[in-house]
Design a binder for this molecule. Structure first.
Ligand SMILES: Nc1ncnc2c1ncn2[C@@H]1O[C@H](COP(=O)(O)OP(=O)(O)OP(=O)(O)O)[C@@H](O)[C@H]1O
Length: 593
């Protein structure tokens, strides 16, 4: 899959609109009772609105004409009471409908989020975070009106239309045909417009997504933008994406306006045909003008709900692309998933074996080529080598973040493809350079390593990696709230917290991408001691940058070109005067001296 850049429109499979709609509205089936209640309330409110003109008629023709003030007062009180009930029922209907549609949105959003969490690294590699955010937030929100109007418009208006057409046909089928003669024109016109409109709204959603991705990336990298004074350039990019967003909206909305014109035209011509048929074909004159009046009334009762339905249809076309984009992600299968025959990986000792492993991220370039090694439980392996050599790739494969194309990886003799992903990853402690911290308290962040950890376990883990002292110096100790990504903490402090988080999970295999950033000597010492505490007693793979870690490792793997070119202890490799020796001389000689 190609890397999906911010400006590149997302690829979307074409799916049948019918399937998307059926799938969307099937979420409402869980709310049958409240929906029936809404329909019942609507029935009562429609009845009240029909009674209102009758009350007025009786007030004028009977009570006012007969100067019956008492009767008029009673009728007025009745009308006020009825209309108060009307208002309360309308409010109740709106409340129920808002509740149902919000619950449906919540379910969809939860399903989408849960599904996204299961997707493999390759999914996240292939699209900017902002585009994923756009689907969880914007696309789901866009369905709100469609869902609520589906009940308040679709069902009642459809029933009204069926009832009116039946009455019209029964009363006078020729006039009925004349009134509805423009229906095919309208259907053709609307379907012609909707095909184009749908494409334009799809494009608009993609442009929104691009804009979202850009804003997300820009805000996340604001420190870099400002330090390189690149504000003008990012503004230019923003303007470009904003313009694309606006243009796609204008182009889509223009077609939406055409919907109303098609209905107006069909309504007008239909009414004309009805009068023409009445006068010329049926010869309706003064004596049976009532039939004509009734038909004109029915005709408007037919076209009003058609107008509502077409507005709803318009809304559907506008927003269906949101639903398509949501279901597109829900249908994306995780590339890494448990097979039907997986077993649970029992508690491991920590032996790791690569057996002729070859791997490529995409078909073109092999990143690892026939790599084999065996690690004993408790061994510490330092992975060194030039940038892009494949060090991170090796450690990603141990946790099965990607599947290998050739060979096998065994942990304690279990092929990692044959054990459940959860039981495998639960026993791994992974520390990336990023040291990602979440907003929440310090305790929450450490507890992330083991969700049921007690306060004592958290404190013990923090003490073990030398984080306890600096935590206690903070205003609220372990309950201090962290800002997003740990902003407000020093790099060294962030590292120590990430160590504590890994420590509390007590992994049998530790994967550590050692941070390269330089920190003050005091913290550096704490960090080194923290690392030592972490490595103790567990199989560890360290992408090592610190000479101290490399020297203390049981074995060093020198990786280049996707292969392990040399392995052994630091002294052995220096004596060999090969690749490690050169690397060592170039990078570390001065430091050691
Ligand atoms: N997600 C990815 N998709 C495609 N190619 C990737 C991906 N991640 C890494 N690569 C490529 O795989 C190769 C090995 O990358 P890897 O990250 O394993 O190197 P590394 O030795 O860890 O480098 P560094 O020391 O710079 O972190 C590189 O050529 C890199 O461009």
């Amino acid at each position: 899959m190609s890397i999906n850049a911010v400006r590149e429109d997302e690829y979307q499979k074409s799916v049948s609109k019918k399937n998307t709609l059926v799938r969307l509205f099937s979420y409402m089936l869980a709310y049958k009772l409240p929906i029936l209640a809404v329909l019942f309330i609507m029935l009562i409110t429609v009845a009240i609105s029909i009674v209102n003109p009758l009350i007025l008629e009786r007030a004028v023709d009977f009570h006012i004409a007969n100067k019956d003030m008492r009767g008029l007062f009673i009728l007025g009180a009745f009308a006020v009471g009825l209309n108060i009930i009307f208002i309360l029922l309308v409010k109740l209907r709106m409340y129920l409908m808002a509740k149902i549609s919000n619950e449906v949105l919540l379910t969809i959003r939860q399903e989408l989020y849960t599904h996204i969490q299961k997707l493999s690294f390759s999914f996240f590699d292939s699209r900017p975070t902002g585009k994923i955010l756009a689907r969880i937030i914007g696309d789901v929100n866009s369905l709100k009106d469609v869902l609520s109007n589906s009940v308040t418009t679709l069902i009642p208006d459809f029933v009204t239309i069926c009832a009116v057409v039946t009455i019209m046909v029964l009363k006078n089928w020729r006039l009925a045909i004349a009134s509805l003669i423009t229906l095919p024109v309208m259907i053709f016109g609307l379907s012609f417009i909707q095909t184009r409109s749908h494409k334009r709204w799809q494009l608009h959603r993609k442009k929104s997504s691009n804009l979202n991705a850009f804003i997300h990336e820009d805000l996340s990298g604001m420190r870099i933008v400002q330090s390189f004074t690149a504000e003008d350039e990012t503004e230019e990019n923003f303007d470009f994406l904003l313009k694309e967003h606006r243009d796609s909206f204008v182009s889509a909305v223009r077609l939406n306006d055409a919907f109303g014109s098609v209905i107006d035209f069909s309504w007008g011509v239909g009414s004309f045909c009805m009068y023409l048929a009445a006068i010329t074909i049926l010869g309706i004159g003064k004596e049976n003008v009532g039939t004509l009046v009734a038909f004109a009334y029915f005709s408007s009762m037919f076209w009003h709900p058609i107008m509502n339905l077409s507005n709803f249809y318009n809304q559907l076309i506008t927003n269906i692309s949101g639903a398509e984009r949501i279901f597109d992600i829900m249908d994306t299968q995780p590339e890494i998933a448990d097979s039907d025959t997986v077993t649970e990986l029992p508690e491991i000792r920590g032996e790791v074996r690569f057996d002729h492993v070859s791997f490529a991220y995409d078909e073109d370039t092999k990143v690892l080529n026939d790599v084999s090694f065996q690690i004993k439980p408790g061994e510490t392996i330092a992975l060194v080598g030039p940038t892009g050599a494949g060090k991170t790739t090796i450690v990603n494969l141990i946790s099965r973040f990607y599947d290998i194309q050739q060979g096998n990886i065994y942990i304690d003799g279990y092929n990692i493809k044959e054990v459940s992903i959860e039981s495998l990853r639960k026993q791994m402690g992974i520390m990336t350079q990023d040291n990602f911290l979440f907003s929440g308290t310090i305790a929450d962040n450490i507890r992330y390593g083991k969700l049921d950890a007690t306060d004592e376990e958290i404190i013990a883990a923090a003490k073990a990696v030398n984080a306890h002292d600096f935590i206690m110096k903070m205003e609220k100790g372990y309950e201090t709230e962290l800002k997003e990504r740990g902003a407000g903490l020093s790099i060294g402090q962030r590292q120590l917290l990430a160590f504590a988080r890994t420590m509390v999970s007590m992994p049998k295999i530790l994967i550590l991408d050692e941070a390269t950033s330089s920190i003050d000597t005091h913290t550096e010492l704490l960090v080194q001691q923290g690392i030592e505490a972490l490595l103790k007693g567990r199989t560890s793979f360290v992408i090592a940058h610190r000479l101290s870690t490399i020297r203390k490792a049981d074995r060093i793997f020198v990786i280049d070109d996707g292969q392990i070119l040399e392995q052994g202890s630091s002294d052995e490799l220096i004596a060999k005067k090969g690749l490690y020796y050169n690397l060592y001389m170039a990078q570390f000689k001065n430091i050691e001296a």
